[in-house]
Design a binder for this molecule. Structure first.
Ligand SMILES: [Zn+2]
Length: 158
């Protein structure tokens, strides 16, 4: 007997008509985290805009019960979010130390070597991939914004 697909009634079950998974198209009905209303990330408010209103959007992530993709509803075109992207992960020494230790653990645990490939989506400025590259593991990163592109240290090796 094959188990039926189950969609348990969890306390974070929600009803958002028309909200479907971006990957598989399933209707989303589970809240992952609701952080309330927030202005757009990466917006720089200039001094002449201090008294101007700022638009806030819901920062509510949902999880698809079929493919487990965690996602936000789309409110703003991505091109409007990342045009002034100012954050580069490599600014943080503690974050760099964390990802260095993480990469060392993953290289050991997964037994990665020169025949392996590492792919990171939203790789920022290559802060994490640099440690795989230094270990001789071919790596490819896709930054969230093309502003980070000149800074990325990821390499592609055939
Ligand atoms: Zn899905």
């Amino acid at each position: 007997m094959q188990a039926e697909a189950r969609t348990p009634d969890l306390p974070n079950s929600v009803s958002v008509p028309g909200l479907t998974c971006r990957f598989c198209g399933t209707s989303l009905r589970y809240s992952f985290v609701d952080l309330g209303m927030t202005p757009l990330c990466q917006n720089v408010v200039r001094p002449d805009e201090f008294n101007a209103p700022e638009t806030f959007y819901p920062l509510h992530a949902f999880v698809c019960h079929e493919c487990y993709l965690v996602q936000l509803d789309a409110y703003v075109d991505p091109g409007d979010i990342f045009t002034e992207y100012a954050y580069f992960s490599s600014y943080s020494d503690s974050w760099l130390d964390h990802v260095r230790r993480y990469s060392e653990k993953m290289i050991d645990y997964l037994q990665l070597d020169g025949s392996s490939r590492v792919l990171e989506i939203a790789s920022n400025d290559g802060y994490a991939l640099q440690y795989f590259v230094k270990a001789g593991i071919p790596s490819l990163g896709r930054p969230p914004t093309w502003r980070a592109q000149p800074l990325i240290v990821a390499l592609i090796r055939a």
